[in-house]
Design a protein around this ligand. Structure first.
Ligand code: FMN
Length: 459
């Protein structure tokens, strides 16, 4: 039996604590040349797609803008549209929330990107984390967690109706015949739901993929259900083999209820990669990267997120605070997803870990914030990627470099050829569209409605 094929995406390292902006090789996170460099590198290596995250508000810490790592980024869709002009085959995937947008405008924008890129558009659907982001939008507050997913489901339903309203061959070939549109090839949409009312014919012709490839990132049961029902790819943070296998089994186990099979949904965790000529050199480099990511002030700010109070009097190279966090004050940081269910218990656990290993605050933060990632020689990293895919921990990875924009260069030059040699990664693109790269069939409409609100998507 042939080996399962690896899928790879390139995450633009624009913002966040993984990005090492103090490195002298770092360049702008907003300049077109940076996006272009990463995209061209990814395309030359025959990666499946380029990937952009979305952040709709600058993070705050203790009432001020959080300035210890990179913040501020351009809007997703114009960046992808610009990249469509400088790449030929690479998939172009971006994150856009369903919580603050309207389905008509999103369907139109994604269809436009799919047209401009000739079938390379992919939409990472997220529902956003908190009311802090909501304050920037006219909805003001925020939808409760479950309602965000109900809204996402209805929004996707409307978007699919809009994408399907034009037939593939609705428009006559230029210069042929007297009528521009084939009669009956564009049908009106008439949707009246709890969140949206949309009536009329959409103004944008159908893109080459029909529907853009749909990604989903959200880890709750509702998020996983949305992925199982609607998505072609799920983006996850479960990047270790053990956590990945559990996530993979869970999310793929949800597919049958929607008449779908394992191959219909790809699981792609975010992962960092650090290479060296020897294993020891790679480990040293990984350690150096972590030390650059976790400066002394960053370590203190990280602890303050759990303790919920100012800890700047503490020495980052000294021991952890002896007192416990006060739960009612927890979360002095806004705009970043954190799930500390029991801060006091976690603080105790960290204190014990630090004492047992003789770690300072900074060493503790370096250790507990480390998601593992792929560290090793090019051949050991290629083997790790291959094995993770064969043992169903994932279907590949979204690679998250720590340097903007050159962080993918070494992986592209040194690891991808080894994956090709192993017979698990394409030597060239098999087709022109992102659907082709991911081995996905034609765009489909979901066969089942959301369990909690079937009325909304009855058709
Ligand atoms: C791997 C991953 C990547 C995400 N990326 C983004 C992002 O770029 N922008 C964003 O607003 N939310 C992002 N999210 C957060 C989701 O929007 C979601 O709101 C959040 O995970 C809470 O939903 P949940 O309870 O279903 O996990 C991401 C989530 C995951 C798991």
């Amino acid at each position: 039996m042939s080996r399962r094929q690896v899928h790879l995406g390139a995450h633009f390292p624009g913002v966040n604590s993984t990005t090492v902006w103090t490195d002298p090789r770092s360049r702008s996170q907003v300049d077109l040349s940076s996006f272009e460099h990463l995209a061209r590198t990814a395309e030359e290596a025959r990666l499946d797609f380029f990937f952009l995250a979305e952040g709709l508000r600058l993070r705050e810490h203790k009432g001020e803008l959080f300035d210890l790592d990179v913040v501020g980024r351009p809007d997703t869709l114009p960046v992808l549209a610009a990249l469509a002009a400088v790449t030929e085959r690479l998939g172009l995937v971006g994150t856009i929330t369903t919580t603050f947008n309207e389905p008509y405008e999103l369907a139109r924008q994604w269809a436009t990107l799919d047209l401009l890129s000739r079938g390379r558009a992919g939409w990472n659907v997220v529902t956003s984390s908190d009311a802090f982001h909501g304050a920037n939008f006219r909805r003001g507050g925020f939808l409760p967690h479950a309602e965000r997913y109900t809204r996402a489901a209805e929004l996707l339903d409307v978007a699919r109706q809009l994408w399907d309203a034009w037939d593939d061959d609705a428009v006559a070939a230029a210069g042929a015949g007297e009528t521009f549109l084939r009669p009956g090839a564009v049908r009106p949409v008439d949707h009246r739901g709890r969140q949206f009312t949309v009536r009329g014919e959409p103004g944008t012709p159908r893109g080459p993929q029909g529907h853009p490839v749909l990604f989903q990132a959200g880890d709750s049961a509702e998020g996983r259900d949305l992925a199982a029902r609607e998505a072609d790819v799920v983006f996850t943070a479960h990047s270790t083999v053990e956590a990945g296998q559990a996530f993979y089994a869970d999310v793929k186990g949800r597919l049958a209820a929607h008449g779908r099979t394992e191959d219909d949904l790809k699981v792609l965790p975010a992962v960092t990669v650090v290479l060296g000529d020897t294993e020891a050199e790679a480990r040293d480099r990984a350690r150096h990267v972590r030390e650059q990511q976790v400066t002394g002030p960053a370590a203190i700010a990280f602890l303050e997120q759990l303790w919920g109070r100012d800890l700047t009097a503490y020495d980052p190279d000294g021991p952890l605070p002896a007192e416990d966090p006060e739960p009612e004050h927890v979360s002095v940081t806004r705009g970043r997803v954190r799930h500390h269910r029991d801060p006091a218990a976690l603080a105790r656990q960290w204190r014990e870990q630090a004492a047992a290993n003789r770690w300072s605050i900074r060493e503790l933060v370096i250790a507990v914030g480390d998601r593992g990632g792929l560290v090793g020689t090019p051949s050991s990293v290629a083997r790790q990627v291959d094995e993770a895919v064969q043992c169903r921990a994932c279907d590949g990875y979204i690679l998250v470099p720590h340097l903007t924009p050159t962080g993918l260069d070494d992986v592209a030059a040194r690891v991808v050829p080894l994956l090709q040699e192993r017979g698990v990664f394409r030597a060239d693109y098999a087709g022109p569209t992102l659907r082709d790269h991911l081995g996905l069939g034609p765009a489909r409409r979901p066969t089942t409605a959301p369990a909690d609100d079937r009325r909304l998507v009855a058709r």
